[in-house]
Ligand binder design. Sequence first.
Ligand code: ATP
Ligand code: MG
Length: 425
Amino acid sequence: MQAEIIAVGSELLTPDRLDTNSLFLTQRLNHLGIAVVRKTIVGDQHDQVRDAFQRALERAELVISTGGLGPTLDDLTREAVAELLGRKVMINEAVLHHIEARFRRLGRTMPEVNKRQAMMLEGADLLENSRGTAPGQWIEAAGRILVLLPGPPHELQAMFAEKVEPRLERLAGATRLFYRELRTAGLTESEVEERIAPIYAPYSDVQTTILTAPGEIQIHLRIWSDDPASAERLLEELVGRITFALGENVFTANGQALEEIVARELTLHQATIATAESCTGGLLAERLTRIPGSSSYFLGGVVCYSNNLKIAWTDVSPALLEAKGAVSPEVAQALAEGIRRRTGATLGIGITGVAGPGGGSPDKPVGLVHIGLADAAGSRERGLRFPGDRERIRWHASQTALDMVRRYFLYARQEKTARPGGVQG
Ligand code: ATP
Ligand code: MG
């Protein structure tokens, strides 16, 4: 089955708001074996909304819309669709009671405008809204299915899972999408492409896409199939061959973020970590604490922009700062060692660099970042020069720091297994 999505809302045509509902819907539809072939974004204008639905219904068996079911006059999805299909809209008493009751529970009386949300198209099936007032509507017309969903993402997501997915599941064919997402750190897009193109090219059933994100290259493998066992087998085989070609640069085969992988390693090794950041301004600490349960490995960190605070908080020696400058391998290591000593963490990370756009010099250009990693045995350092603007440089630096931690554990494991008679872990 093929679907189109229509996102209704003038705010989605401004620079301030992005249509994310369609990303959620596409993911869930793909799981059901339904391909999304076109998306439309349309403002809150009656004729435009009607036209968008008309076009979509000419092309696709399934049309799902989001937004425009609210109580105000600019919420006109219902009316536009009713006009297009030549159906009446009527107050549904049950829905009206539900909305009134919801307001009562919140200790308010229902404003008159909210009556609009109880308007249902003739012949439409009600999709209850467990998170808000506006119900969704399931409409079948001329061999097409039309599903109207509310705009607020948490309402839409709950309604889709509870009311729409089960119905689509029964309708969709046996064909499903199977996929894997590999991510690599430390390689460029062309390096990845060069190494894996000869491997994936013969797999003509698998759609392979290489995407770049700052500090990582993603390899998306997708296959539509009605035979789960052979699809999974094919994907596993291809993942295996790609991973072999890219080696330890691959950090996940199922789309996990680098901080999730690092969190897993730290937990697995019962290790803790602390950070001393300059140019990344706490970004590394922020990423490490995105993961639920991070308190078991992240002890804390400091943002020490000024030399004085580098000295005060991580005991970097003034003489070292004077001799080498704040952006230097030595200071990165001193930050890592200092924060580790101060906090008692297993690992300390220090980051110092020039994020730009100003502040660069011939020997310390914008984008130059030094990252130190300290453990009980001492410290190491990586100096890199990242391309791009301030945001990209900062992200790249945090990504590289996370990758250094990941590789630290990778080698720790290899050393352990390689050492004859050593402790096996
Ligand atoms: P409401 O009862 O809240 O008015 P509605 O169905 O009319 O619901 P909209 O008014 O279109 O929905 O949108 C409500 C909010 O939901 C918007 O402020 C916006 O933040 C969010 N939203 C709407 N459409 C989308 C979308 N396609 N992607 C992400 N967020 C959206
Ligand atoms: Mg609205």
